[in-house]
Design a protein around this ligand. Sequence first.
Ligand code: PLP
Length: 445
Amino acid sequence: DPPLDFYDDGLNESIFPDLPPLRHGHPDVHLRDGILAGHALADPDAEPAFFVADLSQVYAQHLRWRACLPQIQPFYAVKCNPDPYVLRLLAALGTGFDCASNGEISQVLAVGGIDPSRIIFANPCKAVSFVRNAARQRVDLMTFDNADELYKIARAHPRAQLVIRILTDDTKSLCQLGIKFGAPLATVPGLLAKASELGLAVVGVSFHVGSGCYDPSVYTDAIARARMAFDMGADAGYRFTLLDVGGGFEDTHFEQAASFLSDAIDMHFPDRGEIKIIAEPGRFYVSKAFNLATNIIARRAPLTDAAVDGAADQPAVMYYINDGVYGAFNCILFDHQVVHPYVLSMGGSFHIAAGEPLHTSSVWGPTCDSIDCVCPMAQLPRALRVGDWLGFPNMGAYTVCAASMFNGFQVSKVVYTTGSFRAAEVRGILAKFAEDIRVLEARDV
Ligand code: PLP
């Protein structure tokens, strides 16, 4: 077959002129085409690894959110993946945004058409200059969990609308946040008294059960604690109107989490007429939407007795691929992920024969550091060679955003597709949003 020109096959759509083209079709097609394009670059040892982002998966997760938690407005946690298309799609769908820094606030506002009231500055420990910048940008909603933060805010952003972040049980999560953030309930009355003394407006309560929560029953206790904090607010003379249930939502436990949350909210906030409820989901929205294709750049047998003896529980082959823990797979170190490769091509072919014998292998990143191990144990076919491709699913959360260029390796680029689930709807939503921004910008001029 003549090689496809991956970057210009006539299917591109430039809905946002400053972004890479948005492609039609199923992500698997783009994984395959991207691989072919790599070969077409005529440098068979240097095909770059690349992500394929399926925006329809982000849309699907949003519909799932709306079906299960219609009373909770998601404020997408930008830190999880500040991808420009993801931000635009979510902006078009009407979500808010959880930002942790000046940089994230700028990124969200630079999209255009997003009012600063759709941002919560959900970092309880901010540099004063960041608080001042938030005031300048008219980002008023922000969290705190300590008294110094109150002094800073009183000085740099006295009009802020404050949300007290309380400590809740995070022991059932991959990434525990309570060792760093969250006011224990016992400290809440004192903090609210200080806020009141400084003349600050505290408008609500937030918590975070930890990122990647695998036992969503913890939301029940967290909501009970938030209720207590609401009552402490009333004692301090505040009338809270915002409940922020944070992030932690995990794809496989989402429906269960929604059910625990909804029941607890109904129990502890039965008459919640004027209370707005928001959340800060990150990984739930993007994890499934990104696949990573990596090229096997080297292969060797480990020179251990076990490998020579062919012991079943020891890797018999080491594969080296062109992205690693200093790049997209930083999620292994920082986000406690275990990743699982699948075979995209074998012996240069996309036809993967069923029943191909597997052997225990290890998969390594491209840098010269031995910590750069992607999978210490993976079952992979014997027929894999240098030049073949391995795919990795669920690579959208806490991956590309924290990738470095250590050792001079490039951060893997993203190819975008509207995917196969209601693709026309996704394109329509983005096109309308782009048009709305153009109208707004024209009006500003
Ligand atoms: N909100 C805050 C304040 C966070 O720190 C995080 C993650 O660290 C999130 C939301 C997103 O969490 P998740 O991706 O688990 O939904």
